[in-house]
Design a protein around this ligand. Sequence first.
Ligand code: ARG
Length: 461
Amino acid sequence: MSNTMWGGRFESGPDAIMAEINASIDFDRRLYRQDITASKAHAAMLADQGIISAADADAIGRGLDAVLAEIEAGTFEFSRALEDIHMNVESRLAVLIGPAAGRLHTARSRNDQVATDFKLWVRDAIDGLDGRLADYQRALAETALAHAGTVMPGFTHLQTAQPVTFGHHLLAYVEMAARDRGRLADARTRLNECPLGSAALAGTSFPLDRHKTAAALGFARPTANSLDAVSDRDFVLETLSAAAITAMHLSRFAEEIVIWTSPLVGFLKLSDKFTTGSSIMPQKRNPDAAELVRAKTGRICGALTALLMVMKGLPLAYQKDMQEDKEGAMDALAALDLSLVAMTGMVRDMTPDTERMRAAAGAGYATATDLADWLVRVLKMPFREAHHVTGRIVQAAEKAGVDLADLPLAAMQAVEPRITEAVFGVLTVDAAVESRASYGGTAPANVRSQATAWLERLAAG
Ligand code: ARG
């Protein structure tokens, strides 16, 4: 039997494999709410414009509500033969209300319908992610405030560089999350134009009011070019790009959690809530959640790459290739949502070993830059010369097997005779972080005011 929705010129049904390759219902069923909302807006507008009768629009509206209720109750039977969510809904509507259902598809096509539905879905997903990112920022800023003065080593090349505070480190991720939210918001603004009424590709001869449906669905305006409207998937690509960057940021922090919870480093502990044991090694406490956040980045970036590859060779206008936009994007945005919840949980769960962090901050000659800066400030030495002198003092400390703060003054004076006792004032890790009070620097007072400012901003929404 040929398809009841489009089978007028077909004599026989499709090959069995067509249901497998052609049907998208297994994943696009998740668009049911958006599909029904958009259809109701379309039907109401058709009636307002006198294109269908008010009675038919009423029947369609009530019928669509009934379909929605069936889907939400789990009693709706999805059919692969009906390919996708659009035809599943319309076909059920026909069973429920009879011939009036056939008027719903006036002046539209599945091409503008699917673009509209998916924009609505992606828009909701962006709003959800924005809330998750705000929760994540709040957890980071609260922990940063509590640890504004907790000293730890800062690293470059994963080598001890200069002391920083744990709070400062956490606030770095708050900034990244703020830019991630900005990118998602930009994507949302750009996608917020309504394709509905573009019909198959060329627009329609019916006297639609596209501004009315756009407004009813919360779009800023209708799309301006019907060919572009049904061919555009860059709203998905842009959202996936923002998601991939967000995931990359989460992955960097996840990697740090993995490193910091290793017994070799021991800066952080995660509780039983966010670790797992080994089935063979009883001593193990593995940071699985962090590892999985790191790993999920792969599929999120993968979805972006996959859709870029799908789109890059497509001539205008709609091509069935574009149906492949949904599965990867839905999977990727769900993975990001999960990753954000897990990261927020880990931030709230983590206990820093502040003694160990402080000890590590003091090791590795982390205050060598402070010594060089002292030589510049007090002895008026050019920085390059101070760098060289400090290098020789570090060498002496290394030979003596002590930290800079424990090297006798005489040993320093052997390198530079003008050095005085006062130099020891800048060689502690606390002095090092406190002195870095430049705007955006790691000084505890800076961190405290930045964390407080973030928490106020987040509370204001
Ligand atoms: N399931 C399709 C998709 O997701 C809907 C649009 C189909 N349009 C068509 N002309 N075959 O892209």
